[in-house]
Design a protein around this ligand. Structure first.
Ligand SMILES: Cc1cc2nc3c(=O)[nH]c(=O)nc-3n(C[C@H](O)[C@H](O)[C@H](O)COP(=O)(O)OP(=O)(O)OC[C@H]3O[C@@H](n4cnc5c(N)ncnc54)[C@H](O)[C@@H]3O)c2cc1C
Length: 854
């Protein structure tokens, strides 16, 4: 009996010590005292075991004892198995800062650290720009005209965005830019996502590229010359890193610069001779200044002793002799400017190097440092904006589209994707806004930038698929009335650029996070590199304490013992507490995976991706809670909070379970499962009741819909009809219309209206005649139905409208025999697709509606 009691007390005591990461001394005290009690009261076996354990903890836990014999042995082994960190990886790891991502990695997140980032919202000037200039720009876009007719933004829109300094959002006011906060930039790009070509065109110069590079690293002369010209659009920048040989592995770029001298106007000038081939460079076809990444060599040692000077960045004017620029690629779904750049033996003076001579060889560091901010803003904001527009259109369409005599939004099969879309839009909005807020507080969130880029563009992919599904044929049929299909087909661009999603998810989030965000790993690796045994001892045993602490916290919290203290209340409380529990489990699994796989983990990308998913979902849940805590709440939002948090935490747990199941060491997987989920999984997928409630709200005129669509382009005063404004207006009238539908349908079912009144308009007219619909209601319904029909209508075109080469046109219905038809068919066209000039031959598609004049 005493033995059992001592075992229980030892376990409880040790768990309490480990949970608090209280260190070796309390653990030795617990084991020592219980061991002595065992020996004194004749429970010798357990007493001796506990005393031996106490001695073991003393040897490993007390620095003075362990440093003399244990640490040297561990250090020797560590040096053999620790992964090698390449110079490129080290640069990436050292870029940016660690904030909330580090807290989640620690297993014991300090929520006060997140709350420290207060939110002051947008300035009046930023809000005014969002309300006015952004609405005007969005109102000048017609997706059909842009993609199918002119393959460009209209000239008036180019002039407007330059004049209003859309390209200068990140450029400070003293250089003539707008000097906007990260939050404002994000909200501008969300609003401009009404049209993806506009969003990309404005987003790219404000993201990673010459503007940001000059701001951070440019010489004063370069800043003074370029920044004002970039801000007002006199200069259009592009940035060329990618080439045919270097895509995801961008540092393998084969583009070369050689230091040399050239005689210009009789004077010898020190400069670079560049040979390069870049592709997919956004804005290149129209750029006036090209940011270029290349590897610099100095074979004649004109600049110093080193020959290979590393990746270097320069800013080269378009009209530099030898530069081949101007051709276009054809990105899927969106004709934003994108094309190749080439050059052979192009000479540029030394002062074209961004930051001057001192920044030679610093190119990769400069790029990854800038990426940590730009990648948090541009694509995630585009994804969030797209999500919100797609949700707004889908809610509107599914409410006014009736099948089986009811709006399709009333059908559960449609409610499921509608609710999912609402949650993804809500999560994306919170994540991008709160992360932008961290940036406004000076953070450079490197790991979150990979999370946001890949997760939110994946949301966009799912959400656009859902939007297409609930629209049925309406979105499948291309034409000026199709507000969704063109954006849907452009989605792969966001998936691919700024780090393709597969690589970002599988390699970067956990791969970088495990080293960058971990409290001890970077120190351990640095100690290894510096051969510093004391630093290693400190980091390694701190790490060991953290592992035991995480195991104890994950296990006890998994049993429901000891809820962590979090600064949340009400519906957010349980989710915040569970983030703390899962963070402990995640921290433990991350360490177990690193310890059991060592350097091999780098190649186990499927495991790395799942661990990255745990971190990503915990990060996004935290952002949702922060937004909830500090923002004003509207009716129905609580259901969306529950749906979103359950959706994310379910995904986090799923990723953990799949990690346990796939660890090569099955025993480690099973032990982890038992510690982290002692009572099984806690989060099911969101309940159907929540989905029904949310779907109803986003497909009707409700405070929740209004909140989700806040700061989108929703006015109908642009050059072209705005589908979102049209749906919003219909939803305001919907309840009245629904009551009339019900009245006439009921009367029709009872046989009180003529059998030939088959569609709503006919039934309203029949109802008017039968005296069951008032004159005012009939007038109202005629107008309402006309507007609904307009939203349901799709375009059709002349038979030959899509043909580029009229010689290939077959008249299938010519009054000839089939044999004659074959004979007269043109020979197969084996020539490459028509050159841009062939577009001239394309007939103007019939545009069923006349654009509004401004
Ligand atoms: C429309 C468009 C605009 C662009 N704009 C610019 C620009 O302005 N400037 C610029 O410099 N570049 C630009 N790019 C290039 C873009 O950044 C690259 O396309 C991107 O980095 C991926 O390279 P890749 O397409 O060659 O894919 P690849 O590198 O060939 O990759 C193919 C697949 O393999 C995966 N993969 C690669 N390595 C790994 C790995 N280690 N682990 C797991 N998966 C991996 C990738 O995720 C991808 O799915 C643009 C590209 C496009 C299409």
């Amino acid at each position: 009996m005493l033995t059992l009691l001592l075992i229980v007390l030892a376990i409880v005591g040790l768990l309490a010590v480990m949970r608090r990461e209280a260190g070796a001394v309390p653990a030795i005290a617990v084991l020592g005292v219980l061991g002595l009690v065992g020996v004194l009261f004749e429970a010798y076996v357990i007493g001796v075991i506990l005393l031996i354990l106490a001695a073991g903890v003393a040897v490993t836990g007390l620095p003075a004892l362990r440093r003399s014999w244990l640490t040297p042995r561990l250090f020797t082994t560590f040096k053999k198995i620790a992964p090698k960190v390449s110079a490129t990886e080290r640069t990436a790891l050292e870029a940016g800062s660690v904030a909330w991502d580090g807290e989640l990695f620690s297993g014991r997140p300090n929520w006060q650290a997140l709350n420290r980032y207060t939110d002051d919202g947008l300035s009046e000037e930023e809000q005014a720009f969002l309300d006015n200039q952004c609405a005007v720009a969005a109102g000048m876009c017609n997706a059909w005209d842009i993609t199918q007719v002119r393959a460009d933004l209209p000239q008036a829109l180019w002039d407007y965005i330059k004049q209003e300094r859309f390209f200068g959002m990140i450029i400070p006011k003293e250089y003539g830019g707008l000097g906007f906060s990260a939050k404002a930039q994000s909200m501008v790009l969300q609003k401009l996502s009404a049209n993806e070509t506009l969003m990309v065109t404005v987003g790219v110069p404000n993201s990673l590229g010459p503007g940001e590079l000059l701001l951070k690293y440019g010489t004063q002369e370069q800043k003074d010359h370029y920044l004002p010209r970039l801000a007002d659009g006199r200069e259009i920048p592009c940035f060329g890193l990618t080439g045919p040989r270097a895509g995801s592995d961008a540092t393998s770029l084969p583009d070369i610069g050689t230091v040399c001298k050239e005689v210009i106007d009789g004077e010898e000038v020190l400069g670079l001779r560049l040979t390069f081939e870049k592709r997919w460079i956004t804005l290149a076809p129209i750029a006036t200044v090209v940011g270029l990444a290349f590897r610099l060599f100095d074979p004649d040692k004109l600049l110093g002793e080193e020959e290979d000077r590393g990746i270097t960045l320069a800013l080269i004017p378009r009209d530099t002799q030898g530069m081949e620029i101007g051709r276009r690629h054809h990105p899927i779904g969106s004709p934003f400017m994108n094309g190749p750049i080439k050059g052979k033996d192009v000479f540029v003076p030394l002062d074209t190097i961004i930051g001057g001579e001192k920044m030679i060889g610093q190119g990769w560091r400069m790029l990854v440092e800038c990426l940590s901010i730009g990648r948090c803003i541009t694509l995630p904001s585009g994804a969030t904006g797209t999500a919100r527009y797609a949700l707004g259109w889908s809610g509107g369409f599914t409410r006014v589209r009736r099948q089986f005599n009811v709006p399709v939004a009333e059908m559960e099969g449609v409610q499921e994707p509608l609710a999912r879309m609402a949650a993804m839009a809500y999560i994306a909005q919170a994540t991008v806004y709160q992360t932008a807020n961290l940036i406004d507080h000076g953070e450079k969130p490197a790991v979150p930038s990979a999370i946001l880029k890949s997760q939110l563009t994946e949301f966009q992919r799912t959400l656009l698929g859902d939007a297409m599904d609930v629209h049925g044929g309406k979105a499948v049929t291309l034409g000026p009335r199709n507000y969704l299909g063109i954006g849907y087909s452009a989605n792969p661009v966001a998936i691919t650029v700024e780090g393709a999603n597969i690589m970002t998810r599988n390699l970067m989030i956990f791969g970088q996070g495990a080293i960058r965000c971990h409290r001890f790993v970077l120190d351990e690796l640095a100690a290894k590199d510096a051969n510093d045994i004391n630093a290693f001892d400190k980091a390694f045993f701190g790490h060991t304490g953290m592992i035991f602490g995480n195991a104890a916290r994950a296990f006890t919290m998994g049993l429901g013992i000891g809820k962590p203290s979090v600064p949340f209340e009400g519906p957010a409380l349980a989710y915040a507490q569970d983030i703390s529990r899962l963070s402990a489990g995640f921290g433990l699994c991350a360490d177990a995976a690193m310890a059991s796989l060592g350097a091999a983990l780098k190649k186990r990308e499927m495991l790395s991706a799942r661990l990255g998913d745990v971190l990503s979902n915990l990060y996004m849940t935290s952002m949702v809670l922060k937004q909830w805590q500090h923002g004003s709440k509207v009716e129905g939002e609580e259901a969306l909070l529950h749906y979103s948090c359950r959706f994310l935490l379910h995904r986090a747990e799923q990723a953990l379970v799949e990690t346990f199941d796939n660890l090569p060491n099955r025993a480690v997987g099973k032990v982890l499962n038992a510690i982290v989920m002692p009572t099984g999984r806690r989060w099911d997928k969101p309940h159907d009741d929540l989905a029904r409630d949310i779907a109803k709200r986003v497909s009707t005129h409700s405070p929740l819909r209004t909140k989700l669509l806040a700061n989108t382009w929703d006015s109908d005063d642009g050059d072209f009809p705005n589908p979102l404004a049209q749906y919003n207006a219909l939803l305001v009238d919907y309840e009245r219309a629904e009551a009339i539908y019900r009245t006439v349908n009921k009367a029709y079912a009872k046989g009180e209206l003529p059998q030939t009144a088959l569609h709503p308009e006919a039934r309203v007219e029949a109802g008017l005649e039968a005296g069951i619909v008032s004159d005012e209601d009939a007038v109202f319904m005629r107008e309402f139905e006309t507007k609904v029909l307009e939203m349901l209508t799709v375009d059709d075109f002349a038979y030959d409208a899509f043909v580029r080469d009229r010689d290939t046109l077959i008249d299938h219905n010519a009054a000839k025999s089939p044999a004659e038809n074959i004979e007269s068919a043109p020979t197969p066209n084996t020539t490459p697709p028509a050159a841009p000039s062939a577009v001239d031959k394309t007939p103007e598609p019939e545009t069923p509606e006349t654009p509004r004049t401004r």
